[in-house]
Write a protein of this length. Structure first.
Lengths: 360, 100
């Protein structure tokens, strides 16, 4: 440890102090003014409920495929990671393929959402959002594209309401929560008293969640500082960097009761894997999924390790199913510099084929 | 170019240093001893917050109850004062009648 500290002192005097000063100043400016950089794709609100909104994006092609796509982001991050900046937008890539794209924006949970259960989020809020999309597009079934926790929620929804889901994409959504990942360790019952946490705090504050994400690898921030320092004269890079910085420091609180069930049933009991997970009293058997399903995992994902995502592919009964394991991490896979060459074309092509077939 | 020459060796050194620290950090934050201590600290903090919240709630109730009591006492004093005024007026009237 002394050796590491001594080497850090050398690095600091060799230029890191200047790098960090420059990065810190830029970061403060970004947080104050960066909002105008993100979520720029034109959209209209087609459904609203409390802080939740369902957006429909304006088409970018003369005609659209009949089956619409509803993007379901994580409950604890802002939805605009899928529409980060004009050149870094998964949404825009899907629109260019003629897909009719909708987005579920969960909004920022308030004290009024404290007692809202995970069941209510899945069958209630997600259910009513699916209904709004079906109504807007005039179809019986839609494609669900769930990212992170949204991927798990979309898979569970597909079990509960199979007639409403024409196709399912699980993008880095964890299914097996006993995966050796750091969160599996931190949330073990002997280390995390989830009842005490929720009973004391109510909603889990965004600042606490952000701190937790940061603590997985706190030194990562130094590499971001170096990235910025080396390319601070590249306008495009700085724009993307600013958008990414804004998003990573813009989490939303986790509604208290939903958090309690999420941690207890999934992280601590791994109930989705042993078939004992229930929503509204109904047991969730992933083997019941028969809809066309695409599972996408990232090999260097430390939030949802790829094996814990890929297990969905093994569990479901769909005749039409595909597993893609990409290089990259949980977030880089979606908005990284090579997302437009790796994730977007494969995901877009798969969805395009399924969205072109109108259900009978 | 001068920037690149200056930054590249720095990046190499920082990356190597960061990898080592990250590995040590990961090992430490997975260890039973570290997690047990962190958990105990977190739980103690949360319990303290519960105590503070409860104490504040109790104080708020006590202040509200004290205010209610003061209001009641003020009303009783006002009532007593009004009765004394009435009594004084009656005594005045009786005195005048007796004198007359």
């Amino acid at each position: 440890m002394d050796d590491l500290l001594e080497r850090w002192a050398q690095l600091w005097s060799a230029g890191m102090a200047e790098v960090w000063r420059s990065y810190s100043a830029a970061r403060d400016t970004i947080r104050a003014t960066g909002r105008a950089l993100v979520a720029q794709t034109p959209a209209q609100t087609v459904y609203a409920e409390g802080c939740l909104r369902v957006l429909q994006y304006e088409p970018e092609t003369p005609t659209q495929h009949p089956i619409p796509v509803l993007c379901v982001p994580s409950l604890i991050n802002q939805y605009y990671v899928m529409d980060l900046a004009p050149e870094r937008s998964l949404v825009r890539a899907l629109l260019r393929r003629g897909l009719n794209v909708f987005m579920l924006d969960w909004g920022t949970a308030t004290a009024a959402d404290r007692s809202r259960s995970l069941d209510e989020y899945i069958t209630g809020r997600l259910g009513r959002s699916v209904e709004a999309v079906r109504r807007a597009a005039g179809v019986d079934a839609i494609a669900l594209l769930g990212y992170c926790i949204g991927g798990m929620m979309s898979a569970v929804y597909t079990v509960l309401r199979p007639d409403e889901v024409a196709a399912l994409v699980n993008l880095a959504g964890p299914i097996n929560y006993h995966d050796g990942g750091i969160y599996s360790t931190w949330t073990r019952p002997e280390y995390l008293d989830v009842d005490l946490l929720v009973d004391t705090l109510g909603n889990i504050p965004a600042e606490l969640l952000n701190w937790t994400f940061h603590m997985v690898r706190p030194t990562d921030e130094l590499l971001r500082a170096l990235d910025y320092w080396e390319r601070r004269d590249d306008e495009t890079f700085v724009r993307h960097f600013a958008a990414m910085q804004l998003w990573t420091h813009d989490p939303t609180p986790f509604p208290g009761e939903a958090f309690r069930k999420y941690i207890k049933d999934l992280y601590q009991r791994n109930a989705l894997m042993d078939g004992t997970f229930t929503i509204d009293g109904q047991r969730i058997d992933l083997g019941c999924i028969t809809a066309p399903t695409l599972t996408i995992a990232a090999r260097r994902d430390h939030i949802a390790p790829w094996e814990s995502v890929a297990v969905l592919h093994e569990r479901i009964s769909s005749a039409d199913k595909q597993l893609i394991v990409l290089e990259g991490g949980h977030i880089g896979m979606v908005v990284g510099s090579d997302a437009s060459e790796k994730l977007w074309p494969q995901l877009g092509a798969w969805l395009e084929q399924r969205a072109a077939i109108k259900q009978p | 170019m001068s920037d690149e020459r200056r930054v590249s060796p720095l990046r190499q050194s920082v990356e190597a240093w960061e990898r080592e620290v990250a590995a040590a950090w990961d090992e430490m934050t997975r260890s039973h001893e570290f997690l047990t201590r962190m958990s105990a600290q977190l739980n103690a903090t949360l319990r303290s917050q519960q105590h503070i919240t409860r104490a504040l709630q109790t104080a708020v109730w006590q202040i509200a109850a004290a205010q209610q009591q003061r209001t009641r006492e003020r009303m009783l004093l006002d009532d007593l004062s009004r009765r004394l005024d009435e009594l004084a007026a009656r005594l005045d009237r009786l005195e005048r009648r007796f004198d007359g």
